[in-house]
Write a protein that binds this ligand. Structure first.
Ligand code: ADP
Length: 264
């Protein structure tokens, strides 16, 4: 995109003609359309919890109704849960902007990946007691340099999706493996859910991309979870991908390089 600005040029002799300045505004245009798409996508997502919070609070304030304790608790829970959702959404938008601006900072320390995974699973089970999660770890996993909080975030996003896009009570299987000689460890999260057709395998890692199906529409989401996961994994020097077909579950993989640690 170019912006062309014209201006009259004159000297002491009088009017000479018009001069033009051409400015490349491709970048500005891109930022504009980015802002528009972020706004249009998230404004709905931001409004929904706010509407619930406001509606519940207004109900509690009503002078003309006497709520019984059960009803009051329901309103209060709705306020707490929806505020939490709002908070997560805002955090995600902030993370997404940091990744896109290339300013995501990692706090790297050498870590035992299985400990990180187990911690995420424990926390996840508290939130979803019905979730069935199994693990297989290869025996000699090296320590890897990683940002624990960020890798936890990646695993959490993958687990959330595994739950969201599967019928209830399906097993989620997590593996962590290292093959001697390889320069990375590989982690996988597999579900037995709805699966993803091949034509979407790349696009789901782009921000705001959601596969258009009755299931995804019913479930809701902002389409940034996988884009954030990709940003975090690539900031570690690793890669992330999916193997899946429609109706046969999905298996997400990511790698984290570990050659540095081996040399030490
Ligand atoms: P969100 O879940 O908020 O829509 P994500 O970025 O986490 O956003 O995922 C992008 C899309 O990829 C989802 O909308 C869904 O269509 C698809 N997807 C992600 N994980 C899975 C999964 N485990 N099984 C089936 N589809 C998935």
């Amino acid at each position: 995109y170019y912006l062309i600005q014209g201006f009259p040029v004159s000297s002491s002799e009088g009017f000479l003609g018009y001069g033009y300045i051409t400015r490349d505004i491709t970048r500005e245009k891109e930022v504009d359309s980015l802002k528009n798409s972020i706004l249009s996508t998230v404004s709905h997502e931001l409004r929904t919890p706010l509407t619930t919070i406001r509606g519940s609070a207004e109900s509690l304030l009503r002078q003309d109704v006497v709520w019984n304790p059960g009803e009051r608790d329901e309103f209060i829970h709705a306020i707490v849960n929806e505020s939490q959702r709002l908070r997560e959404l805002i955090d995600n938008i902030m993370d997404m902007s940091k990744i896109e601006a290339g300013v995501l900072k990692l706090d790297i320390h050498s870590a035992d990946v299985t400990k990180v995974i187990n911690r995420v699973i424990n926390r996840f089970q508290q939130r979803y007691p019905e979730a069935r999660i199994t693990t297989t770890y290869s025996r000699h996993l090296p320590f890897v340099p990683l940002d624990e909080r960020r890798i936890e975030q990646v695993l959490n996003n993958l687990l959330e999706n595994a739950i969201k896009y599967s019928p209830p009570h399906q097993v989620i299987h997590i593996t962590a493996e290292y093959l001697p000689g390889e320069k990375h460890i590989k982690v996988s999260v597999a579900d037995q859910g709805i699966g993803i057709a091949k034509e979407h395998h790349q696009a789901i890692f782009e921000r705001f991309y959601r596969v258009n199906s009755s299931w995804t529409q019913k479930i809701g989401g902002s389409g940034v979870g996988l884009a954030i996961a990709k940003g975090i994994i690539e900031a570690h020097g690793g890669s992330i991908w999916v193997e899946s077909s429609l109706g046969h579950g999905s298996k997400f993989y990511f790698t984290i390089p570990c050659e540095l640690i081996e040399e030490e």
